[in-house]
Design a protein around this ligand. Structure first.
Ligand code: NAG
Ligand code: NAG
Ligand code: NAG
Ligand code: NAG
Ligand code: NAG
Ligand code: CU
Length: 688
């Protein structure tokens, strides 16, 4: 949460881009206007801006008296039936109407506006009068963080502590919601940090000082200086290579991946074709990367088969576990409040992504509606990590030694979102065997609390965290990423099946064994039957197409395999953050597809009250059997900080795999080929 947007904003202003039109040249469904799922282009952002500005300001000559800010602008994708019928139409058929959705603040009110970009008209424009608020913009946060630096009571607090204002930077935090019914002001809290020549700002908090900013008038509305805590030491907080002190770590020999003949994937507009996979790559300022229309070529059937209609991170909820005055409200919705895409920053070639990576820029609307560019926001690369796709050595046949091995080469799409202190590395990996692996890596800086304690033996009260450095508590917290996973296994009509593994007793002394386990298949008929706390029962989580069977009669399916220990919420159901982040109650929810159910914690996350979450949608307990269904799986982490997380945290990973289960008639990579020999001029292989 809470990016230090000041510097970022400067960077972005430098990057203000010249408009251009995306050109695409390609046969299949890449008509002249691109693909219907392409993200809003820079020229379209400009179009949205000009339509909205003229709708609000045209007849008014005093526009400088109005405040109009763009809190969100993104693609309003065509309804699924429209898109599917377009996909199955002839490649020359015209594109479905192209729409953008915008949430603006206009004179302290929120409006939802849908724009038809093809006809250049507003098709929907309505006031949202509820108590919840849209995403923050980077610009307003940057402005808010500067306010304390010229606020006399804050300067007085610094003077009392003997600190220099030039060394202070502030960061904005969402305020949450704690039960009041009345509509509250659109506020953020600003907390400040003491650099004093260092750069690891988050580990040097000015604990005890809280500034509340009213965003609509951009003024400090309340100020608290309640406690004085020493600023943690600067020693040991450095993380930049050129400044870290010896002794250094061991040397590792140079290593790289080379593809002298170029990458093995093709980008056709925003469609990526690689090995047996095809998918569309999109970007949204709220969700970050969006994978759509993933289908896989079935060698035996000689056709592409549909697997995934759409997948993205729908929310990232990070509640802290310190209920005291300075910390209780820290319950962040990093997608719905801060914009998981907005916090995406340029990737560093050769470090964030390997040498064979191809980089892709992303665009979003700034607060003034003008397009901004994030260069190198995404990278796509083939990964060869030395792993084995499949193998067998046969030694059982006298006189023969048979060995077959296939090395595993996969395709990865990556982005990194740095939401303030934390860095989230988001990967989507496609395997030739049909698996799609979603992975998140957590790195960056912990959100720490300044304390007087310098040794755990001295702590004589509840500390709500681990002492990870002198005067520095790493507060217990969670990271919950809810993935929207709209699988369409060979078509939309799918069912969710729990393949329960149950223990059986051997009856009637018919065997020397006393027990064994077997599979009981339970199809979830309604939403409530699908909710699962993974790990509390042994079960495979399978999405099947009940209308299609393999030649042998097994239902065609894909299963979801957690790649990290599940972690559902430990908060009580009546706690306010839990009401807002209700999706964390279960690891998995299944809903029938509904175009308006995109954000698992609600369209409006800032100061949300839990009125529009998956828990409220699912109260209807809709039928999900043999329907177009969506899985919402939470990759969760209960984070008990440890000293190794200081001053910057080594990556901790989690995720899940979507793996074919009776989808193919047999091993789909039986006939896969070993990658082509590397043709690298002027290099001789050491292996003769
Ligand atoms: C516009 O914003 C300024 C501060 O940024 C505020 O003082 C003023 O009240 C706002 N005006 C309206 C009409 O909302
Ligand atoms: C700031 O840096 C100076 C010089 O290194 C040091 O003497 C002082 O203690 C530091 N202050 C804080 C609060 O860290
Ligand atoms: C199973 O074997 C046990 C011990 O040999 C015997 O007591 C019991 O009656 C047997 N049960 C059945 C159902 O045959
Ligand atoms: C879609 O979801 C929204 C929000 O949950 C709901 O208001 C609407 O009635 C749903 N539409 C259908 C067709 O179920
Ligand atoms: C290989 O060597 C030749 C002759 O020395 C040189 O002209 C060429 O650029 C080299 N190619 C590469 C890829 O290094
Ligand atoms: Cu953490």
């Amino acid at each position: 949460m809470a990016p230090p947007f000041t510097q970022l904003l400067l960077l972005l202003q430098l990057l203000l881009i010249t408009l251009f039109t995306l050109t695409s040249s390609s046969p299949h469904h890449q008509h002249r206007g691109g693909h219907p799922l392409d993200s809003i282009t820079p020229s379209e952002f400009a179009q949205v801006r000009s339509i909205i500005l003229s709708s609000r300001l045209a007849s008014n000559h005093h526009h400088h008296h109005h405040n109009l800010t763009f809190q969100y602008v993104g693609l309003d994708p065509p309804p699924k039936p429209t898109l599917l019928s377009w996909l199955s139409s002839s490649p020359t058929s015209s594109l479905p109407p192209r729409r953008a959705f915008a949430i603006i603040r206009f004179d302290k009110q929120t409006f939802e506006i849908t724009i038809d970009l093809s006809t250049n008209t507003i098709v929907f424009d309505q006031l949202y009068n509820g108590p919840e608020y849209p995403l923050f913009t980077g610009e307003e946060q940057a402005e808010a963080t500067l306010l304390p630096l010229s606020y006399p009571p804050f300067l007085e607090s610094l003077r009392k502590r003997g600190l220099k204002v030039e060394e202070v930077v502030c960061v904005t935090y969402s305020v949450g919601w704690f039960g009041g019914r009345a509509k509250a002001k659109r506020e953020m809290k600003a907390l400040c940090f003491y650099l004093n020549g260092t750069v690891n700002l988050y580990v040097r908090p000015l604990e005890g000082i809280t500034v509340v900013v009213d965003l609509d008038v951009m003024e400090i509305s309340r100020y608290y200086d309640r406690i004085t805590v020493p600023v943690p030491k600067a020693d040991g907080t450095e993380f930049r290579t050129f400044n870290v002190e010896p002794p250094f770590g061991p040397n590792v020999n140079g290593v790289t991946i080379v593809q002298p003949d170029g990458p093995g994937f093709v980008m056709d507009g925003h469609i990526i074709r690689w090995a047996n996979w095809n998918f569309h790559l999109g970007f949204d300022v709220r969700a970050g990367v969006i994978i759509s229309l993933a289908s896989i070529f079935d060698v035996q059937k000689q056709e592409f088969r549909r697997v995934l209609y759409k997948a993205y991170v729908s929310e990232l909820f990070v509640p802290y576990m310190d209920p005291t005055e300075e910390w209780y409200y820290k319950t962040f919705f990093d997608a719905g409040e801060f914009g998981f895409g907005l916090c995406t920053l340029p990737l560093e070639p050769l470090r964030d992504c390997p040498a064979n990576a191809v980089f892709i820029d992303a665009f979003y609307a700034g607060q003034d509606g003008k397009p901004l560019q994030i260069p190198n926001a995404l990278c796509v690369f083939e990964r060869y990590a030395g792993d084995v796709m499949w193998r067998h050595t046969e030694t059982g046949i006298p006189g023969q030694f048979i060995r077959e091995v296939r090395p595993e080469v996969t395709l990865v799409v990556r982005m990194v979102s740095t939401v303030g202190n934390y860095d989230y590395i988001i990967d989507w990996e496609f395997k030739q065997s049909g698996s799609i692996v979603a992975k998140v890596g957590l790195s960056g800086i912990l959100e720490v609390k300044g304390t007087a304690y310098t040794h755990t033996d001295k702590i004589n009260e509840e500390a709500f965290g681990t002492l990870i450095a002198e005067n520095t508590l790493g507060i217990y917290h969670d990271h919950f990423l809810s993935y929207h996973i709209d699988l369409d296994i060979d078509g939309e009509a799918n069912s969710f099946v729990k393949n329960k593994l149950v223990t059986k007793r051997v009856k009637d002394n018919s065997s020397l064994r006393k027990s064994y386990w077997t599979v009981e298949k339970v199809t979830a008929r309604t939403e409530s039957e699908a909710n699962i706390k993974v790990g509390t029962e042994a079960a495979e989580l399978v999405v099947v197409n009940p209308n299609k069977k393999t030649k042998l009669g097994n239902p065609i399916g894909y299963r979801l395999i957690p790649r990290s220990p599940p972690a559902s919420s430990l908060l009580s159901d009546d706690d306010y953050p839990q009401i807002r982040g209700a999706f964390t109650k279960y690891d998995l929810w299944v809903t029938p597809y509904n175009n308006s159910e995109k954000w698992v914690a609600g369209l409006y996350a800032d100061q949300s009250r839990g009125d529009d979450t998956i828990a409220t949608w699912s109260e209807r307990d809709r039928e999900i059997e043999n329907k177009d269904i969506v899985l919402w799986y939470t990759v969760g982490f209960h984070h008990v900080p440890s000293q190794e997380d200081f001053p910057v945290m080594p990556t901790l990973s989690g995720g899940f795999e979507l793996r074919p289960t009776n989808f193919f008639e047999a091993n789909p990579v039986l006939n896969s080929r070993v990658p082509m020999p590397v043709n690298w001029p002027n290099c001789t292989s050491p292996h003769k």
